[in-house]
Design a protein around this ligand. Structure first.
Ligand code: HTE
Length: 839
């Protein structure tokens, strides 16, 4: 009887896929979940009602997926990352469920607009840039490929700061993304683990003669889980992103309560919960703060305990099954303490021998390196480690001891080599080299693009690669076509689908079929119309955010990414200034009208990066208000670059600026997103640009500048910008404008530090590439004026970008690193309601 009713209500209301059911679900949520009538309904209430309606569709698939994994016991992949830059979820969720149009129509019938609703959603900005967004793209691909995977991260109360531009300067405001309820997460208050900090260690010899280590008198913090479903595209699999939040444990406060000091107890509670308060806002830099180390260990400890608990539930004490049933991927070294943490649990708590435990560890972990920048390589002072994690420090020493013993055996007498390879840096203050720990504790180490993986083996891990050549490999990054084409760019997606069908969404290599129509005039015409139509929403965004009017009938020349000296936004600025000078002097010059668009955040403490933002804003003011050029060029700095802004900017771009100093950008992923949306790249032979050139062909990309090897040579001979300055009168005048306060008349000397750096010892060799960059930009202008040629280039960029799907990337990790296989969740079971209660 009860089952009949359930079936009936399920079909009629809750989770039917008809427009009618969706309407009912939305109204139901509004009234019964949010307790809102018609009068006091806010836009956010409506968004939530829609989001819950969509999320409800995921729940049964989610439960079924987890039950299927539990039953079949396949190898599970755990992706440990301090950052998951998820952005908004509603649009993506509806697309993956195939319910986008249904929902849109349901809302229309209620007199509401889905696009408007989606704009209410806060971005989940739990990441800084490429590394965090890569983790998010990977989750989408893992679910789409039906791989049993779990993301583990931190539920920061505050994600990456919001950027405001005030008088041309960056200001930071907190990102309180959880101030309104988050409809996608499920709190699991019953799912908690204790994480310990501080205290001391003791060794005891047991009755059986073995020595055992004990970690005593530590402070305790609870890690509580929040789960978010991660649906795959057109599959029933729904994986889990589990984010940990810090809660104070009662035991921890007991002392204070016993002494009757209630307030002190509460203060301690607040301090404890600070661990997951805020994301550190640095990209490609390690600040070395104690609280950050606590965050890293907090993530690691909760996640490893969770993994071990689930393993024991599945396999009991059959530890040999551990590496066969579990793969743990370390997203850079931030979670590298997972290695000593698993050793601690296996040896101290589960009584395994050191040798057995070490074999399990090294066969379970794999490590991805994301950067060669020396300032990003984490090194934690031994003193800090000993204070915070005394037992882990002992374990690291022991790992190092056995490791160096093996090295000494292979290279007798080579003391220098031991010093270079050691997990402990001994120059100055003793520090733990986290990258060395990650390499030694993993069976595979990968870079994120071919050049990067090559340089990684030649530079930072040279000695390791000599020791273990087979450990090192490359897996070139990718991006998810669901978010970065289908969702971000519906007009282009629809055009592509109308030409070649929609298989490309799951198999991006199918885009090749577009080559067939790359020269078809009618298709070209459509392509241009669509690319043009994408500019509308961006023009509106720029107007709203900056007050600057820009025209769709210009070349949109776009550089969007974190602001960093190595990414050379300053080189782009110099080019803009040079164009301004040329235009003012020879107005008759055959100039293609351009809109220069820059967006990106600077780390709050990174003064040079902030100064570059300021300069770009001052250049924009000067140029945009100069009547003699403003019809030919405009400049805008778009504030608060984030995933949702990227989704609007990228589809509208014509030209993609990827101009980092060769050898510095490990991969880049914005380069892939832009090419996939039909922007043509102007770039250096750096990171994945090299592979983009390989795919699209030399004729369809603009490459300039010194190669990584040439940059090396320049530096080796003592890079000297003066030769480059002397040979270019235009460059001299550009530099003069910087030095003579042309862009900062009311603040003399403001941009002097940028000038000084450029003309003296600039590590990133901007001026060495200046002349070639300008010449290359001229070739871009020529190509753009040939409408058919440019359109063909744009189409071919999309057609040949299939390699850069994160589906390909994940398939490669699954095969070469994890040995993980898909487990498809079967839909039959979903055709009737599943009642959790046995009737
Ligand atoms: C690379 C970028 C690459 C991306 O990873 C980056 N690495 C970091 N951030 C990135 O965007 C990074 C951040 C903090 C600490 C260490 C590294 O710069 C994904 O595309 O080139 O692999």
């Amino acid at each position: 009887m009860l089952t009949d009713h359930l079936v009936e209500s399920w079909q009629v209301t809750c989770r039917g896929t008809s427009v009618e059911s969706f309407k009912l679900a939305i109204l139901n949520n509004l009234q019964y979940r949010l307790a809102k009538g018609h009068q006091h309904t806010t836009q956010y209430d409506l968004f939530q009602s829609v989001a819950y309606a969509a999320a409800d569709h995921l729940v049964e698939r989610w439960i079924l997926t987890q039950e299927t994994y539990y039953r079949e016991k396949p190898k599970r992949v755990y992706y440990l990352s301090m950052e998951f830059l998820m952005g908004r979820t509603l649009g993506n969720c509806l697309i993956n469920l195939g319910l986008y149009d249904t929902c849109k129509q349901a809302l229309e019938e209620l007199g509401l607009d889905l696009e408007e609703m989606r704009e209410c959603e806060m971005d989940a900005g739990l990441g800084n840039g490429g590394l965090g967004r890569l983790a998010a793209c990977f989750l989408d691909s893992l679910a789409t490929l039906n791989i049993p995977a779990h993301g583990f991260g931190i539920r920061y109360d505050y994600g990456l700061f919001n950027q405001k531009i005030v008088n041309g300067r960056q200001m930071e405001t907190p990102d309180s993304w959880l101030s309104l309820p988050n409809p996608w997460e499920v709190a699991r208050p019953e799912h908690v683990f204790t994480v310990r900090f501080g205290g001391r260690t003791e060794q005891h010899t047991e009755r059986d003669g073995a020595t055992r280590a004990y970690w005593r008198d530590a402070d305790e913090v609870l890690a509580m889980a929040y789960d978010t479903p991660v649906p795959g595209y057109q599959t029933h699999n729904v994986n889990t992103l589990r984010l940990w939040t810090a809660r104070s444990s009662d035991e921890f406060n007991l002392d204070y309560f016993n002494h009757g000091d209630y307030i002190a107890a509460c203060e301690k509670k607040v301090l404890t919960e600070n661990i997951t308060k805020v994301l550190y806002p640095n990209d490609n830099v390690s600040q070395g703060k104690a609280l950050r180390l606590k965050q890293e260990y907090f993530l690691v400890s909760a996640s490893i305990q969770d993994i071990v608990q689930r393993f024991k539930g599945d396999f009991g004490n059959d530890w040999s099954a551990f590496p066969e049933s579990i793969a743990i991927q370390l997203n850079d070294t931030h979670p590298a303490l997972a290695i000593p943490e698993l050793m601690r649990i296996l040896v101290d708590e589960e009584d395994l021998s050191w040798e057995k435990a070490w074999a399990i560890c090294t066969n379970t972990f794999a490590y991805t390196n994301h950067t060669l920048m020396p300032e990003a390589l984490e090194q934690w002072p031994v003193r800090l480690m000993e204070a915070l994690l005394p037992r882990h420090m002992e374990i690291i020493y022991r790992i190092n001891h056995y490791f160096l013993k093996e090295v000494a055996r292979q290279y007798p007498g080579d003391v220098e080599r031991l010093r270079r390879l050691s997990l402990i840096a001994e120059d100055g203050e003793q520090r733990v080299r986290m990258a060395h720990l990650a390499v030694v504790g993993s069976h595979k180490v990968n870079g994120v693009a071919a050049l990067h993986s090559h340089l990684m083996r030649e530079t930072i891990f040279r000695d390791f690669a000599e020791l273990w050549p087979k450990k090192f490999t490359n897996v070139t990054n990718g991006v998810t076509p669901r978010r970065w084409l289908k969702k971000a760019n519906p007009p282009l997606s629809n055009l592509i689908t109308s030409a070649i069908g929609e298989e490309w969404v799951k198999d991006l290599s199918r885009l090749r079929e577009l080559e067939r129509v790359a020269d078809d005039p009618a298709f070209q015409e459509e392509w241009r119309r669509v690319k043009q139509s994408c500019k509308g929403p961006l023009i509106q965004l720029v107007q709203d955010e900056t007050g600057i009017s820009i025209s769709a009938n210009t070349l949109f020349d776009v550089q969007v990414k974190r602001i960093h000296e190595y990414k050379r936004q300053l080189l782009f600025a110099l080019y803009i200034i040079a164009s301004y000078l040329r235009l003012k002097e020879e107005p008759q010059v055959n100039w293609v009208p351009r809109t220069f668009l820059v967006a990106g955040k600077a780390a709050p403490g990174y003064h040079t990066a902030k100064l570059i933002i300021h300069l770009i804003n001052r250049i924009a003011e000067t140029i945009n208000s100069d009547r003699s050029v403003r019809d030919h060029m405009r400049v805008a700095f778009i504030p608060n670059y984030r995933v949702s802004a990227a989704e609007r900017i990228i589809p509208a771009a014509n030209l993609s600026e990827q101009i980092s100093t060769a050898g510095t950008e490990a991969s880049g992923t914005g380069n892939m997103k832009l090419a996939l949306n039909g922007a043509v790249t102007i770039g250096t032979l750096d990171g994945a640009n090299i592979e983009i050139r390989e795919e699209v062909g030399e004729d369809n990309i603009f490459i300039f500048g010194h190669t990584a090897a040439q940059i090396d040579a320049l530096r080796a001979q003592g890079y000297c910008p003066s030769a480059f300055i002397e040979s270019s009168p235009l460059l001299q005048r550009v530099l003069h404008l910087l030095a003579c306060d042309f862009f900062s008349p009311s603040e003399p000397g403001l941009f002097r530090p940028l000038y000084d750096n450029l003309v003296h010892c600039d590590y990133f060799c901007l001026l060495a590439d200046f002349a070639d960059y300008l010449a290359c930009q001229d070739r871009v202008s020529d190509a753009y004026q040939d409408v058919a040629r440019w359109t063909r280039m744009s189409i071919l960029n999309v057609a040949r970008c299939g390699k850069f799907s994160s589906d390909r990337t994940i398939a490669q990790y699954a095969q070469d690193i994890w040995e993980a296989k898909p487990v498809e969740v079967l839909p039959e079971v979903l055709t009737s309601p599943r009642c959790p209660i046995t009737l």
